[in-house]
Design a protein around this ligand. Structure first.
Ligand SMILES: Nc1ncnc2c1ncn2[C@@H]1O[C@H](COP(=O)(O)OP(=O)(O)OP(=O)(O)O)[C@@H](O)[C@H]1O
Length: 284
């Protein structure tokens, strides 16, 4: 567990935001020196109180909110304030929370739109998406507007994946879904992550987010207040006081492989190695 701005000796970051100061209006900063790093293969969750700047951080990483100072890098290359189309070309995929599909286009047309920068790979990428999302293949000629919330979320992710991004930025993928569909979305996201795509997602469902992600960031007032594994965050008294409330107990109860006699591990800082189920759900 670290507190405040994170620095790391590692040099293999996939995407990194360093001390980002950003906002929507001149003179009004929403992010006040916010940092986040995602390493190869990681799935990162961003949680925090309402208005903390979680979505703004994702948007700043995707060039949708002006970064006034600080830097965003992809594989060490500066991508700060690049336009969204350049970022997509470079390897960043972004799925906004709403309006993330073209409702009057078919599912297949939506996926074609996702690859308009590289049409020569269409057949190959469509096949990969049908593999990942069989339900989309079955309904490929239907209008996207006819999809359920969970299916639409799948299509939005598939569209972003058409360009084979190094990192997928997801803004509240479980928003508006029933608990069952939320869980399917989390597990599907973990599955996508296991195909080699780094995932950074903002989530309101902090409990589930901390269970399934490799690491989390707790944002507060536009800063990365805390970072650590889900278990570290869920058990940190300061994080609980700031945001989580009774969450630590919930996360602990969700453990299915809790061996007898390991009660001391519940204390923050007594980490033991992760155990991971095939669906990617951490249960340590
Ligand atoms: N387009 C915008 N123009 C001006 N201010 C905005 C805009 N979008 C967000 N804000 C402001 O930025 C602040 C942070 O918003 P943001 O959506 O990043 O928070 P969040 O942590 O994602 O919150 P929530 O959990 O409620 O979605 C809020 O005070 C919000 O009012």
């Amino acid at each position: 567990m670290t507190s405040g701005t994170t620095t790391s000796p590692r040099t293999d970051a996939v995407i990194e935001a360093k001390d980002v100061v950003a906002g929507y209006l001149p003179g009004v900063n929403i992010l006040n020196g916010c940092s986040l790093v995602a390493y190869p293969g990681e799935m990162i969750g961003i949680i925090g109180p309402n208005g903390a700047g979680k979505s703004t951080l994702l948007k700043a990483m995707f060039g949708l909110v002006r970064v006034h100072s600080g830097q965003v890098t992809l594989h060490g290359k500066d991508i700060t304030n690049l336009k969204a189309n350049r970022l997509v070309e470079t390897g960043v995929g972004f799925v906004p929370q709403t309006n993330n599909v073209f409702p009057t286009l078919t599912i297949e047309e939506n996926l074609r739109m996702g690859l308009f920068l590289r049409p020569q790979k269409l057949t190959e990428r469509l096949a990969a998406m049908w593999d990942l999302f069989p339900v989309l293949h079955d309904r490929r000629r239907q209008m996207a507007g006819a999809l359920s919330g969970g299916e639409r979320q799948s299509l939005a992710m598939a569209r972003a994946l058409m360009m084979e991004p190094s990192v997928l930025l997801l803004d509240e993928p479980s928003a508006g879904l029933s608990p069952v569909r939320q869980d399917e979305t989390f597990i599907r996201t973990r599955h996508i992550n296991k195909t080699g795509v780094c995932v950074v997602m903002v989530e309101q469902n902090a409990r589930r987010c901390l269970q399934i992600c490799d690491r989390g960031y707790v944002l507060d007032q536009g800063r990365d207040a805390y970072t650590g594994t889900g278990r570290e965050l869920a058990n940190d008294p300061k994080v609980i006081e700031l945001y989580l409330g009774t969450l630590a107990k919930d996360v602990e109860e969700a453990r299915t492989d809790k061996p007898a006699g390991h009660e001391h591990d519940k204390a923050a800082g007594h980490e033991h190695p992760h155990h991971q189920h095939e669906d990617g759900v951490h249960t340590d």
